[in-house]
Design a protein. Structure first.
Length: 160
């Protein structure tokens, strides 16, 4: 067998790397296209809620008043669920939204009827669980740090 014939039997390393890179790009695009919309909405609401809770916490410290956040189950014909901040000055309360971006979002505060947002800088450990369809997401604080989105562990998720 001649040396030229021996070199043409297989693929070069560069050709194999190009094929693997194309497969990886195709897989990434497919996984992004197939992402669950309800999970994306839930993550967006979790980040938004954490920011709103921190804003209300700052307002509570500025005003020196007890501020609480609680979920509200809609009683209107539309059945929209929302939330409310109690204890904030009128203007500050009016500036904060009171509805979810997705009306199907459900929220529950873990082991309490409402979240305490201040005015003390040290708060108890608190957590709210957001749910949309079969997906759940937690927003919590250890009491010292800011509210942040966290994952729900399978064993920690309470049965309904």
């Amino acid at each position: 067998m001649s040396p030229a014939a021996r070199g043409r039997r297989g693929f070069s390393l560069l050709e194999l790397m190009v094929v693997v890179a194309l497969i990886a790009i195709g897989t990434a695009i497919t996984s992004l296209a197939l992402r669950d919309r309800s999970q994306s909405h839930l993550e967006e609401e979790g980040v938004r809620l954490a920011a709103l809770l921190e804003a209300a916490r700052a307002q509570s410290r500025i005003a020196g008043t007890d501020v609480r956040w609680e979920p509200v189950v809609g009683t209107s014909a539309s059945g929209d669920n929302g939330f409310r901040f109690t204890g904030l000055p009128e203007k500050a309360a009016a500036a904060l939204p009171q509805r979810w971006l997705d009306p199907e979002i459900q929220a529950r505060v873990v082991n309490a009827p409402a979240l305490l947002l201040g005015p003390e800088p040290l708060l108890p450990r608190q957590r709210v669980v957001l749910s949309l369809g079969d997906h759940e997401l937690g927003v919590s604080t250890d009491g010292l740090g800011p509210f942040a989105v966290d994952e729900i562990a399978a064993e920690a998720a309470p049965a309904r």
